[in-house]
Design a protein around this ligand. Structure first.
Ligand code: ATP
Length: 208
């Protein structure tokens, strides 16, 4: 029976990096961030609902959602974030369910890449949860580098989520990403061997 695995972690803990590695091993990836964008893409019923709720300013000149306007609005008005979630979440769920079912029908193991899996209480929608782990200070460093933002901004984003140490205690398996990307690959492959998805881990000792 193919499995449905929820992949989560904290912001910038390495989920996308792990997803890419898993797709090389034949897993199919269903990505919550991509589904969230599809839910309000140009011409979608989701975007119509956003316009009806937040007004014409919520739509940019190019017909797409004006992400910075809507982002600022929900950041400053928590009740508006709830309204936005009420529009977007059911559509995202529908998109992700459809993708998942199609992959399962074809016999693939599926990775549901869901950054806010625990925040949105979605752990029971998957067979098991794998968590990509780094320390909070590494999260902050990598986030500052990747997004070119200040330490203050990076901290604010990291601390707005459930702490990664708390998530770690809830997960079925933890993939350690505190060290190099090569070590991450090794840790992941070890898990795939332990869980019977692959026979042997690759020898990465010659890689730099
Ligand atoms: P988000 O939640 O923001 O989508 P994410 O969990 O998908 O992030 P990635 O984008 O995979 O995280 O990784 C965050 C950043 O850290 C990226 O720039 C990535 O290249 C880098 N990174 C990931 N793992 C390592 C590592 N082991 N060593 C150094 N840099 C890393």
């Amino acid at each position: 029976m193919p499995k449905v695995i929820g992949l989560t972690g904290g912001i910038a803990s390495g989920k996308s990096t792990v997803s890419e590695l898993l797709s090389v091993h034949g897993f199919k990836i269903v990505d919550a961030d991509i589904a969230s964008r599809k839910a309000v893409e140009k011409g979608s019923k989701g975007l119509d609902q956003v316009r009806a709720t937040f007004g014409d300013e919520a739509i940019g000149e190019d017909g797409n959602m004006n992400r910075s306007y809507v982002g600022d609005l929900v950041f400053n008005h928590p009740e508006k974030r709830l309204e936005l979630n009420e529009i977007v979440h059911p559509i995202v769920r529908e998109i992700m369910e459809k993708e998942k079912e199609a992959y399962l029908e074809d016999g693939y193991n599926v990775i549901m890449d869901i950054p806010l899996l625990y925040e949105n209480d979605l752990q029971d929608t998957v067979d098991e949860v794998w968590l990509v782990y780094t320390s909070e200070s590494i999260q902050i460093d990598r986030l500052m580098q990747r997004n070119d933002i200040s330490m203050e901004d990076a901290k604010a984003r990291v601390y707005s989520q459930i702490s990664i140490d708390k998530k770690r205690r809830m997960a079925d398996h933890v993939i350690d990403n505190r060290d190099s990307k090569i070590e991450l690959k090794q840790n992941l492959e070890q898990l795939l061997v332990d869980e019977g998805y692959i026979e042997n881990a690759t020898d990465h000792s010659q890689e730099v």
